[in-house]
Design a protein around this ligand. Structure first.
Ligand SMILES: [Fe+2]
Ligand SMILES: [Fe+2]
Length: 273
């Protein structure tokens, strides 16, 4: 079997539609929507289009789970034991088991929410981060940055499930959240273990993590105010091996991204008037 697949080689049937993450983030309609100033962006029952937004987010989670499974599976196979210790591969194999369960849960949850597979696009950003030739980079880009984001997304969706009094959504998100904390913790532990004697490599991996985190904070998507649809969840991040300083750094990055988005919206509004 071939080692190191790229994202264009993933197996998908005709239901799936691939798109590019840049197109989603820089969609000009996002600015147009933001200029309408519809109030806090946090997901709640009284927000316009909340049903559409939650279904679209749930579909994003579903394809993310498939790619997390594929990425962890590749790490078991792409490296020999000198590049990635056998114990790390065992952790990745356990993660595959969890992610396959998440794919099933997400599929059923999408059904419950009234969404078909392929109703929204799939960007392969997560798997692309899992293609890095250095296993430490994979752990930072996927387990710490993207599964860290999954912690934030699942706890925000769980809160949404509670506010809509939907026990199915609430319990599903809670179960997946518990597993993601374990996956992020694996990333934190292995990062420290594998770079104990190579601090330059550790710094390069953390820089890769910051780059990925930045992409997912664009436009104020994530943060700590009611203007951010996804909330940074410090409590679970700390359980998963993030230091207080790392949480502060992430919050600062998110704040900066939100200010950049506000400047863009103001410029777009001025151009329209
Ligand atoms: Fe997952
Ligand atoms: Fe995960």
């Amino acid at each position: 079997m071939k080692r190191h697949l790229n994202e264009n080689e993933l197996a998908r049937d005709e239901r799936f539609r691939r798109n590019r993450i840049e197109d989603q983030i820089f969609d000009p309609r996002n600015v147009a929507l933001a200029t309408r100033d519809l109030g806090p962006a946090q997901m709640s029952v009284d927000r316009p289009a909340v049903s559409e937004r939650s279904r679209s987010l749930m579909h994003g989670i579903f394809v993310g789970e498939i790619q997390a499974l594929e990425g962890a599976g590749r790490t078991c196979f792409d490296f020999d034991d000198t590049e990635a210790p056998f114990a790390l591969k065992l952790d990745m194999a356990r993660q595959c088991w969890d992610e396959s369960r998440h794919v099933e849960i997400s599929c059923k949850l999408s059904d419950h929410m009234g969404t078909d597979i392929g109703e929204y696009g799939e960007s392969a950003f997560l798997f692309a981060a899992a293609c890095n030739p250095d296993p430490v980079m994979r752990l930072c880009g996927v387990n710490r940055a993207l599964e860290g984001l999954a912690i934030d997304v699942f706890s925000s969706m769980k809160a949404f499930g509670e506010s809509t009094e939907d026990p199915i959504l609430t319990f599903c998100e809670d179960w997946m959240l518990a597993d993601e904390v374990t996956h992020v913790k694996m990333g934190s532990d292995w990062l420290r273990r594998l770079t104990e004697t190579d601090l330059d490599r550790r710094e390069r991996a953390l820089e890769f993590q910051r780059t990925v985190d930045k992409v997912f904070s664009l436009g104020g998507f994530r943060g700590e105010s009611e203007e951010n649809p996804i909330q940074i969840t410090r409590k679970f991040r700390e359980l998963a091996g993030f230091s207080q300083e790392e949480c502060d750094e992430l919050a600062e990055l998110a704040q900066q991204a939100m200010e950049d988005a506000r400047t863009m919206v103001a410029a777009a509004a001025a151009a329209q008037s």
